[in-house]
Design a protein. Structure first.
Lengths: 266, 266, 266
């Protein structure tokens, strides 16, 4: 699978997918910058009056519910419907859907009214959407990982989608094929936006490869390997780590992916 | 008082308070990152439909009026009322209330309708709320400090709250006990968000200690000491300083607080 | 012209213009920080209820349409009208107006209802406003530069304004006098917000100098020279470059402008 991942990462750089993001204002800058460093072209087009027109030119759509305003909510529904019509892949990041009812409602509204290609979330979020009791605290997951694979598979089958659960080990599945990614760094938990950035990168990879499981895995492996490099360069300094993470995503080489990548089928 | 401050900073790290922030979009990312580095768990939950439910799980609430949208305004009022009901401490950052009428009106609306634990502002903001003529220019205070202590004490007594005025010397008072913090760096004025980040940290410390004067002082002392370290590491480079400030807050040790802390009762 | 530029940059630092910005949430933090590093005082005052009052105290207004919310749209129209009444210079950054109809409509609404001092955009945006067919992709211009000068001059004459088109060579013109700036770095395309930051700096320079062509050129030359320094310091690392860009703007000296500045009349 590593060779397929290497190819997908090359394709992102070669094809510069135009990734539209409707995302929270906490990490919107980070998402734009990491997409550029990854080789994609970000467009934070999020006005309700604009998104239907814009759907005609995008490569993929990333929807993150972090600080969803009413206007973003309207735009997200319109954008997702139109992107579905055009066959553009959509990545849904159901931030805090395990802790806040509205977040879960909007997540289900999007799942019911659009063709979501990948749901990317942490254990608490995915378990909540799957109808399992996840352990959450605010926007963070405190889940211990028990039943994680089953929750992902069940959610994926229910919505005929791919589920990518981030955590110490990332789990990516379409319900039948399940892939694990073991890259990453504890430093990712010391910055805000690591989950959002991972989700944005998934939107870039699914834009260039039809196999959603492997393309989502490619994004999470890239994020994980880059985080490892950044942590080595930064030491235990969260501010410095965050800057070096952008550098590391930009510098990521094929040989680094081959050497460090810890991916495999379950 | 230094030992009490050391204990409060330890308690933040040990208890990881969940700090909800309804804050401006200029520095929302900085506030989230500094809270994580400080040992708290930030949640920028700010939708009107979400905040009442979320009030049940938070440790404290930080409200910053910097770029207050209409939706944030509605949410802030609801969140503050509910947090008051639940007895969660609330920190109000009345940004630009000395320069813009609406900012002052919303500040007074919140003070009248909720139990504000700490008002954190610069001299211009605090004097304006206290009904004194402050010197302001846009969002910055040009105040020379005259009458600062009296303005803080008067405002604190008027609203039975704690007032934390940031400046060359920070003043923290409940109207009877007044504490001064002399840490800090001129570099803080070369980045946006130093006031917002200080306010967010106050929301973290008041979540773990009942004495609001000392807990607010702990947050401002931590910010000031970290700024001194960051300035030493960065030199006169504002971009670099901003990154090293996150590192410095994360690295802050008890011995550093004891060695550098310049705090005392008036 | 270099000496005039040096003088304008000195005047910004000496007079600290209060630059109000109504700008997108992707790079709002970058715009605030770069304005501080440049010597200006940023105020992201953007609520419809606040902008008319605030127009009385500002030095200039920067309007960027990047993620224009409905509330920002209302505020921008009110702010631009009031700033025109008060004679404050206004810089319009018509982000994505070549790709999204609403962006072009709002740009024209502002041009028709306010006195815009400078339109700052990339080739795709300027050509679109000028009624020429530009090549755009999302928010980025793919324009090859053909006919760029003519498009700028035509647009400037049409609206009796100054047009500043950023690109490999920046073009600044009032339709009669045309100035070129050849500074910059490819690294600027590896971060989000380089265009927004350039626009914000133009708002700072037009606040201190009546000659809009030379003052816009001064801002773009400063941005370009700083980018060259930052790229030398950072190497090909986008995350690091972004931080060093703030440092470089802050460190910019007269001699550096004189030594590196590549500006001239067409």
């Amino acid at each position: 699978m590593l060779e397929q991942i290497v190819q997908i990462l090359k394709d992102v750089r070669a094809r510069t997918p135009l990734v539209q993001a409707i995302t929270n204002y906490v990490t919107i800058n980070d998402c734009a910058n990491i997409l550029i460093c990854f080789g994609a072209s970000p467009a934070m087009c999020e006005a309700a009056e604009e998104v239907e027109e814009f759907a005609g030119v995008i490569s993929s759509l990333y929807i993150n519910l972090g600080t969803l305003t009413e206007e973003q909510h309207r735009a997200a529904v319109l954008a997702a419907r139109k992107a579905s019509e055009y066959g553009r892949p959509i990545v849904l990041d159901p931030v805090a859907c395990g802790a806040i009812s509205r977040k879960k409602e909007v997540s289900l509204e999007l799942l019911d009214n659009a063709r979501i290609s990948v749901i990317k979330g942490n254990a608490g979020e995915i378990k909540s959407l799957a109808g399992w009791a996840g352990k959450v605290r605010g926007v963070d997951s405190l889940d211990d990982g028990e039943g994680a694979v089953e929750a992902c598979q069940s959610l994926a089958l229910q919505y005929r989608t791919v589920v990518a659960m981030t955590g110490k080990t990332d789990i990516i599945t379409d319900g039948r094929r399940t892939c694990l990614v073991d890259n990453g760094s504890d430093m990712l938990s010391l910055i805000t936006g690591s989950g959002c950035m991972a989700g944005a990168l998934v939107a870039a990879t699914v834009a260039v490869a039809d196999d959603r499981v492997i393309s989502a895995a490619a994004a999470l492996a890239a994020m994980g390997v880059a985080a490892e490099s950044a942590a080595e360069a930064a030491g235990a300094l969260p501010g410095t780590f965050r800057i070096k993470l952008f550098d590391a995503i930009y510098l990521l080489t094929e040989s680094e992916i081959r050497r460090r990548g810890l991916v495999g089928w379950l």
